[in-house]
Design a protein around this ligand. Structure first.
Ligand code: ADP
Length: 231
């Protein structure tokens, strides 16, 4: 069973100037455990695709499936529960400024009712995996961009999602730090999590050598597996 399927997907937005079609005729199958890069120029439809995956949007035509479930069939009240299948990472980190590194991550566990014993055990482990040991008590304003993104990654993986969706996670980072973050995504993928990485960072994509889906004007114009990841 594929993890994610797009079947004849079209996504249009209604605006002041009329209807704008951001995605057209999109067909895509992502299998569990895959690492897929979605690339394309600004406006190509990358963010729209990622939002369709975690049901932040529904298609105007066609269907998006997560496993057996059609995202457009999910009732509004069930969406928060459905989204537990996904960890999301964004360009602007979306950290809570009044909370420490530890609390930014533990809060994601509290929200879904995890036991405090689990929280005390698991947060330090995850912070160690992403390389933030010793930074537990810092606030986001005391961190570098790369460190902030690591907190965001830790938060995304803390509840063991099936899929990580990262939308331009390196957009605010320098090349060395960007590669650090991408390597963490690779590590998370190697531990079994499906990763969808939307980016316009060609250097990162070329170096990664993973499957690349290219969007242009809302259509998939290329989909290729480049071979093996090299450090
Ligand atoms: P990318 O991530 O590749 O830059 P997006 O998916 O963000 O592309 O956007 C694709 C197109 O859809 C853009 O032209 C954008 O302006 C338009 N768009 C995206 N979201 C909305 C929205 N909520 N309302 C209207 N137009 C939108």
């Amino acid at each position: 069973m594929p993890a994610i399927v797009f079947r004849n997907v079209e996504k249009s937005y209604e605006g002041k100037l009329g209807t704008f079609t951001a995605l057209k005729d999109v067909n895509l199958v992502i299998n569990p455990g895959e690492f897929v890069c979605i690339v394309g120029k600004s406006g190509a439809g990358k963010t729209t695709m990622t939002r369709l995956i975690y049901a932040n949007e529904t298609p105007t035509k066609g269907d998006v499936y997560f496993g057996k479930r059609k995202t457009s069939d999910i009732k509004r009240k069930h969406l928060p529960f459905f989204r537990r299948n996904f960890g999301t990472v964004f360009q602007d980190f979306k950290l809570l400024p009044q909370k420490t590194v530890f609390e930014n991550v533990s809060y994601a566990m509290e929200l879904i009712g995890r036991k405090s014993e689990d929280i005390e055990n698991e947060v330090p482990k995850i912070l160690e995996i992403v390389g933030l040991k010793g930074k537990e008590d810092k606030y986001p304003s005391q961190l570098s961009g790369g460190e902030k993104q690591k907190v965001s990654l830790a938060r995304a993986i803390i509840n063991n999602p099936d899929v990580i969706v990262a939308d331009e996670p390196t957009g605010n980072l320098d090349p060395v730090t960007s590669w650090d973050i991408v390597r963490l995504l690779v590590k998370i993928n190697e531990l079994g999590t499906t990763v969808v990485l939307a980016t316009h960072d060609k250097t990162v994509v070329d170096k990664l050598r993973k499957r690349v889906v290219t969007l242009d004007g809302g259509r998939i114009v290329n989909d290729e597996e480049q071979g093996k990841y090299i450090v």
